[in-house]
Design a protein around this ligand. Structure first.
Ligand SMILES: [Zn+2]
Length: 441
């Protein structure tokens, strides 16, 4: 009895506000109908028989020496996945018995055969996603504009020298082997086998033409996964010093870390400026990342202060992919810069709905014009694949947006019309404006 009273009082006076807010049902219903632009995904291409797509990430999670332990949201018993099965495949069960889950895999296979090259678009229709940005090494079957837009990787261009000292964790040894492979691929795309003798030639014959090829290939942005490889503190670097270290080590020998970093800093800023000139945004991974050796301290978006305050880079739009969890409040302030945007991809499967709603409200109360929806979906298992992760991430985003906006509405900050407008901006309109997309339908 006494306990009941305390619980009752606590719910009345204690944890009020957003933590207890229920979404306004009419608002949620409207938000569920809104078409979205997904700012960040690792969507797989349609695989032909015997083919295996490994181009969905330059640094794919899961190949680590010590993979990250699954957080609660991404464990297979998250009830959202069963809800996804019901929504996508008409799953008939309330359990996850292997003999029942087999039906999911079979239904998915049947739909893939039926839809063939249209399968990825069919999935987008189920998720209410109009346009999906595909962060991939290359596009492929079923991933065509205007529904899918390309975001290639450019970290590889930053590491033309011997990377032995950079590979300072077991995971980074694997990452740098991937980046070295990708740089070779970029060289061979340009009919080259080795890097040239001077930095000026490297910029002219490799960095610039690679960006131009990406633009010509339909890229709307380029992506850096830099925080997996080094810290995000790209300092202003002198071209003379960058030239010197390049010239000394381009044919071999291991550059000392501080000097090599100077060359990388120079190359990052060069690539960012060129991307801006070509009308491509720069996507940067910020905040938590996967792998048991991921260094969070080097992934804080505040480390990009120097870059976003560089007057020569103001013509480049930067998108802080993931919005820097757990530094999401830092991101809220950084959105004040004219050329900085953030998406809440990855937060969609790291955080529960309440926590995501809190982050979204914070951003929407600062700079709602800069907030972008994103799922960060990726291929996983046959049972819980990109389709289910996409469904879960989309669903949690819509519910979290509704809770955040309901709170703002009830606190008298905004009208219902404005709440709907803010939802549409975050889910769709801000991205359309940033990338200059034409109407899809
Ligand atoms: Zn990602």
């Amino acid at each position: 009895m006494k306990f009941t009273v305390i619980v009752f009082l606590a719910s009345l006076f204690g944890a009020g506000g957003l933590a207890q807010e229920q979404a306004d049902p009419a608002l949620l219903a409207e938000i569920k109908k809104m078409k979205a632009v997904d700012n960040h995904t690792h969507v797989p291409r349609v695989e032909l028989a015997g083919e295996h797509d490994d181009e969905y990430d330059a640094l794919p999670c899961g190949n680590y020496v010590e993979p990250t332990a699954d957080n609660v949201m991404t464990r297979s018993d998250n009830p959202e996945y069963a809800a996804a099965w019901k929504a996508l495949w008409h799953y008939r069960w309330d359990d996850r018995k292997p003999e029942h889950v087999k039906e999911v895999v079979a239904a998915k296979q049947a739909m893939k055969q039926k839809q063939a090259d249209h399968y990825p678009e069919w999935v987008l229709d189920q998720l209410g996603i109009e346009v999906m940005l595909a962060n991939r090494i290359a596009m492929g079957s079923g991933l065509k504009p205007p529904r899918f837009r390309w975001v290639p990787y450019d970290d590889a261009l930053m590491y033309p020298l011997d990377n032995t000292l950079m590979a300072d964790t077991p995971d980074r040894k694997f990452f740098f082997s991937r980046e070295e492979m990708l740089l070779k691929r970029y060289l061979s795309d340009l009919n080259l086998t080795t890097v040239p003798a001077t930095l000026d030639e490297y910029l002219k014959l490799i960095a610039k033409p690679t960006l131009e090829r990406q633009k010509a290939g339909g890229a709307v942005a380029v992506k850096f996964e830099a925080a997996y490889l080094r810290s995000l503190d790209f300092q202003p670097a002198s071209e003379a010093e960058a030239r010197e270290v390049y010239g000394k080590y381009f044919r071999g020998g291991t550059p000392e870390s501080a000097r090599y970093k100077m060359l990388q800093d120079f190359l990052f800023r060069y690539i960012a400026a060129e991307a801006g000139r070509l009308g491509m945004a720069v996507h940067i991974h910020t905040g938590a990342g996967c792998g048991g050796y991921f260094k969070l301290s080097g992934a804080n978006p505040v480390l990009l202060d120097g870059v976003i305050n560089d007057p020569t880079l103001r013509k480049t739009n930067f998108v802080f992919v993931h919005g820097g969890p757990p530094y999401t409040q830092v991101t809220a302030f950084l959105l004040s810069k004219p050329n900085v945007y953030a998406d809440f991809s990855e937060q969609t499967w790291l955080y529960g709905m309440r926590a995501l709603a809190t982050h979204l409200r914070d951003w929407l109360e600062w700079y709602p014009e800069k907030v972008l929806f994103g799922t960060d979906l990726y291929p996983n298992t046959p049972e819980i694949g990109w389709e289910e992760i996409g469904w879960q991430a989309t669903d949690v985003s819509r519910r979290a947006l509704a809770v955040a906006l309901t709170g703002m509405m009830r606190d008298g900050g905004i009208t219902r019309e404005r709440a709907l407008q803010l939802a549409r901006m975050a889910l769709h309109d801000n991205a359309v404006k940033l990338y200059g997309f034409e109407a899809v339908h």
